[in-house]
Design a binder for this molecule. Structure first.
Ligand code: TRP
Length: 468
């Protein structure tokens, strides 16, 4: 197996390291920022139920496909499709571009989280870089419209990310994830315990867990399409990440087990993040506060920390550090998707690839676009809009909104009609001779996955106002 021992390309040193890195890739801003706010605006429990079904029916299936494609070729997304397909050779490019576009705004949000950790630390020690007397809403507004500060924090986030990827798969990504992920988990538990014991928090738990299917009556399709978009994003699907990670697996590894463990851990963390955020929002201002949308993490929650009294800044600091960890472990895997492509390409031309230089250049090109997104400050700085959108929304629409569901749909078509399920089954069976879930897998890939994806695509286009 030359590809698994290839030093430039790298490999994971341990099974635990691989799992932490793969779970770290999946657990990101999607879980801790996206999941709670989308749950808040989509009826709580109703959203949760739909989400769980989607993870089991769709996420599990696509994950098996991606991990086994990557392991079959030992290459990243682009190399894999080039090698395996005739009609869909270019499909990896879609993944590659999505990863790039996502990073251009992900790094800006990551930068915001660093600012918030710094602000809470400032509040803790009474320093001038805290939020001071400013209320949470004004603090956010004045930070995002401060272009130089936003750009600096974005660059800090990108430099840390680049530094980890430059150190390689086992020395950088794996070692960072092995320490950071367990730490994230413990910190999240601390914040959950604080949040659910706030006065009035029980309502938030009820909102999340008490069966209530009322929201379906008015809004079933919105709940379904939001939940599916969220599921794809949160599991890092259709962006080449899991193909790239699959390329680092050993033939004896059990792909089915990984395809169960990764979504299970990702979903568990998302639910815990919901329990950290929603009950706190309820304690502050009831259901109205929980429905704040994207600002939930940066305004509502900061408000909660400020109203907690003297321990507030400490919990705030812990919380935003854990969000930074989540964002970093995802960002490194997005950068790795792009970096691995160039390493593979050099390899194919018989050249010796330079990981450090490649990762640095990839990060630099992401920074060039990210600077514009940061300067745009969510449209607050009078920066020119792009096709009528603020920059972050535009890049999000391109990647998460269109390229990702389209890519996943085409992957399902490719597997069902060109590649064939038996080859996937054969690859999986190398490490799991029974593959007991095969009929479920095949049924879902052929019927459920395409149906759900068409729906997501429709919902996204409509949500972005492209279908009138
Ligand atoms: N899953 C990550 C999150 O929940 C973000 C993400 C989306 C991602 N696609 C990805 C991470 C691809 C790595 C690779 O925030």
């Amino acid at each position: 197996m030359p590809h698994n021992s290839d030093l430039q390309r790298g490999a994971f040193r341990s099974k635990f390291g691989f799992l932490m890195a793969a779970i770290g890739s999946a657990v990101g801003l999607g879980n801790i920022w996206g999941f709670p706010y989308k749950m808040g605006t989509n009826g709580g429990f109703a959203f949760l139920i739909v989400y769980l079904f989607l993870v089991a029916l769709v996420g599990f299936v696509i994950l098996i496909v991606e991990l086994s494609l990557g392991r079959t070729t030992g290459k990243g997304a682009i190399g894999s499709y080039m090698e395996l397909s005739r009609r869909f050779k270019w499909l990896g490019w879609l993944a590659f571009l999505s990863a790039f576009f996502i990073m251009t705004f992900y790094s800006v949000l990551g930068g915001y989280c660093i600012r918030y950790a710094v602000a809470n630390f400032g509040n803790l020690i009474g320093a001038s870089f805290g939020t001071g007397q400013t209320d949470a809403g004004n603090f956010f507004a004045s930070f995002i419209s401060n272009q130089s500060a936003s750009i600096i924090y974005t660059l800090v986030f990108m430099i840390i990310t680049a530094g980890i990827v430059m150190k390689g798969v086992s020395g950088g990504i794996e070692s960072f994830s092995k320490t950071a992920m367990p730490l994230l988990f413990v910190m999240l538990l601390v914040v959950v315990i604080r949040s659910v014991t706030l006065p009035g928090a029980v309502e938030g738990l009820r909102f999340m867990f008490k069966p209530n299917l009322e929201p379906f009556k008015t809004n079933f399709f919105k709940v379904l399409s939001t939940a599916s978009g969220q599921m794809f994003f949160s599991l890092s699907l259709a962006m080449g990440a899991m193909i790239t990670y699959g390329s680092y697996l050993q033939k004896t590894d059990n792909i089915v087990r990984d395809a169960v463990l990764i979504p299970a851990a990702d979903t568990f963390i998302a639910i815990l993040a919901g329990m950290a955020v929603l009950p706190a929002a309820f304690a502050l201002g009831g259901e109205g506060a929980a429905m704040a949308g994207p600002k939930l993490l940066f305004i509502t929650l900061q408000h909660v920390f400020e109203s907690m009294g003297s321990t507030g800044p400490l919990f705030g600091l812990i919380f935003y550090i854990l969000v930074i960890i989540a964002a970093l472990t995802s960002a490194i895997s997005l950068v790795e998707v792009i970096t691995a492509f160039f390493l593979d390409a050099a390899d194919a031309r018989g050249k010796k690839a330079n990981r450090k230089l490649t990762a640095a250049l990839v990060s630099l090109s992401i920074m060039l676009v990210a600077v514009v997104v940061a300067a745009d400050g969510l449209g607050s700085t009078g920066f020119p809009a792009i096709m009528g959108y603020i920059w972050l929304d535009f890049l999000d629409l391109l990647s998460e909104g269109i390229m990702m569901p389209l890519g996943a749909l085409l992957t399902a078509v490719f597997i069902s009609f060109e590649y064939g399920l038996p080859k996937i089954a054969a690859e999986v069976k190398l490490g799991n001779s029974r593959f007991a879930s095969y009929s479920f897998f095949a049924f879902s890939l052929k019927f459920v996955v395409p149906a759900v994806l068409l729906l997501v695509l429709y919902g996204q286009l409509k949500g972005f106002g492209l279908l009138g």
